[in-house]
Design a protein around this ligand. Sequence first.
Ligand code: TR5
Length: 131
Amino acid sequence: MRLPAHSAGPTPAALTYDPNNVFARILRKEVPAQVLHEDEHCLAFRDAAPQAPTHFLVVPKRPIRMLADAGPGDAQALGHLLLTAAAVAKQQGVGDRGFRVAINNGAGAGQSVFHLHVHVLAGRNFAWPPG
Ligand code: TR5
C-alpha cells in the first residue's frame, strides 16, 4: 500500500525530492543493504559507516526529503518510523540497554542523504548534548 502524498501545492525546485538518492535506490533494491526489517511503510537496514556497535537506519517508503518537509498527512508514517525503530532495537537485543535515536534535518545538521531517515545507535555510551 502506498500512503497518499501530503503535499497539495507545487514544490519549489530547490526542495524537489531526488528519486535517485541512495536510499530510494535501496528501497527499489537497486543498491544492496543489510536489511533488518521491511514492511509496507518502511525499511530498516544497517548503516554502511556505523558510528556505534549497533547502528541502523529506518526509512519511510514515502518520498520525504527531510523531517521539515513532512506534513499532517505524514503523521501515521512518522509514528510508524519511531515504533519500528524501537521494535528493531529490541529485535537487535539493545532495547533494554538504551539506544540513541537521531534525525539530522538539513545539511546544516549533518544530513547527507536527502531521504528522511531515523538513525538508531546503541552499544556504547552517548554524550549529551550531541556533537
Ligand atoms: O548524514 P545523514 O543523517 O544523512 O545520514 C546518512 C547515513 O547514511 C550515514 O550514517 C551514512 O553512513 C549512511 N549511508 C550512506 C550510504 C549508505 C548508508 N547506509 C547504508 N548503505 C549505504 N549505501 C549503500 N550508500 C551510501 N552512500
